[in-house]
Ligand binder design. Sequence first.
Ligand code: ZN
Ligand code: ZN
Length: 426
Amino acid sequence: MSLKDSVDAVAAGLGDIRSELEDFYKDLHAHPELGHQEHRTATRVTDRLRTCGYQVHDGIGGTGVVGVLANGAGPTVLLRADMDALPVREATGLAYAGTTSATDASGRQVPVAHACGHDMHVTCLLGAARLLAAARAPWQGTLLALFQPAEEPGDGADRMLADGLIDRVPRPDVAFAQHVLPHPAGQVGTRAGSFLSAADNIKITVHGRGAHGSAPQAAIDPVVMASMIVVRLQTIVSRELAATRPVVLTVGSVQAGTSGNVIPESAELLVNVRTYDEDTRQAVLAAVRRIVRAECDASGATREPDIEEGTRFPPTVNDRALTREVAAAFAAAFGDRAGTSELQSASEDFSRIPDAFGIPYTYWALGCIDPDTYQAAQQRGTVAQDIPVNHSPRFAPVLQPTLDTGVQALVAAALTRLAQPDHRRP
Ligand code: ZN
Ligand code: ZN
């Protein structure tokens, strides 16, 4: 017997639960919840985990849930799904589109949609958890099914850790997670080493001296300061770093003044930096601080700029050996639908969990676009225009084969460690 035989033995139960999982997904999609507000989702997950025999720890870090299934001596594997939706008004036209609104963290009423596919992650993990609970003979060890709140705001994993996650569940040996991306459904893509970028958000306030718009000699113009900073920051990427060190630096917001004939007192910039390793990250953040201060000096500012670090995401760096094992299991399970994924400039907080446990992890891409639609766009050369990406109001994973593939991928990855010891090789 091979690992593939074990995967097939567990996944054989998929036919029995497929329609129930599809209904569960549609229900979640129609009832999206913002980060830290995933009460309905968490309750539904908790109920189903208990029904199939999991010991459930809920309310971890607010709405976090971990189901634990002990099945004899052996390794412990953590599978993770994120649960939250986004403040987006859904425009997919689906019969089960989300139409609800919610109050966000700042007190504003916002539309809510599962525009990043976390409802698919939850459903796939629940499916894998159920299959592994129903077919316990092909494996031994302990399975942790972790449902994490608030990936989008970036603090969901941290809140679970701050609420004692490490002491409340058995220590895993490895951790796995997946994310739907706008690739053809049915495909899975692994990547050894760096996969997702780290992200740093920085708020910069430069202080000048306000004056009448007709009297620049009386002013220290913060609009000019901010403008020079916006342009000069791009030279960090183009002039300070080797071409082999990918970095994205975006100034996404510039705010100053209210009138054309008034030079304002200050200007505010919101900067987002994406990097793939800590050395590069530190180099870029130091360069941002240096340039901002120097431009303020160059303008003759009499007050130091304020540079505040905001939300931060860690890099996702897949363990190479573990990724090779999972890639081999995927190749056995999916044939040529298993491939490698490109480096992504998106970010995730998943890695905080395995990092806190000090264990290796791998995170892979799950295709979710109808393969015919994707291929047609590819032939026209219009993938970028015609295929909605995550966070778009029109982003909607095709239900199948995305769901089946995501369930099977989690089962295959888990079994690289949990299959009976002589069956762990593909
Ligand atoms: Zn997202
Ligand atoms: Zn996401």
